[in-house]
Design a protein around this ligand. Sequence first.
Ligand code: ADE
Length: 225
Amino acid sequence: MRIDIITVLPELIRSPFEASILKRAIEANLVEVHFHNLRDYTTNKHKSIDDTQFGGGAGMVMMIEPIDKCISKLKQEREYDEVIYMTPDGETLKQGLANHLSLKKNLIILCGHYKGVDQRVRDQFITKEISIGDYVLSGGELGAAVLCDAIIRLIPGVLGNETSALTDSFQDNLLAPPIYTKPRDYKGWKVPELLFGGNTPEIEKWREEQAYKHTKARRPDLLDE
Ligand code: ADE
């Protein structure tokens, strides 16, 4: 998979890709992530990428030209499955969408800033608009980092244990059950006895029950989906 991230603040989004699982995924060539600074695609001498709104109103709007230049250049080089725009009014990111995108080959992610982009960018270039939740961030970069993390960890080979992504919370619309490790007894706080017996079907049944109970208590809405 290849992900091209278009941003005015590459320094804001780089670090998550320079540590831990994402870094290893890149080093193992399981994913390529490229950052494109929109200012490199400006033609005016101040390298400005935004301007005031037609019709008046507070806040700057990102102009179409540098975005067009950047996206068009990338599209000349390869075909993209999706051109994604990070925005609070997009489709809310859920596990199902991350699963779906993890199967794609080439993705562009455009990070918005200020008030957002000229509507013609959305009309002409964007194939998917994604929000990471019902709150407003100061730019799309942190949202793009969240989206990339959710996608990249699902690519086969990225997580050590191939099955572990399948047992995450939200796969099957259930939250994950409780987990324990050594010691069996810490200050009298004990691990449930049944986990030591080696009775796999019984343990699986217990985990399913716990996941269901946990979901019912915390996120009953997931059980209706
Ligand atoms: N940009 C600003 N707020 C955002 C959000 N909630 N999700 C994605 N991109 C954003």
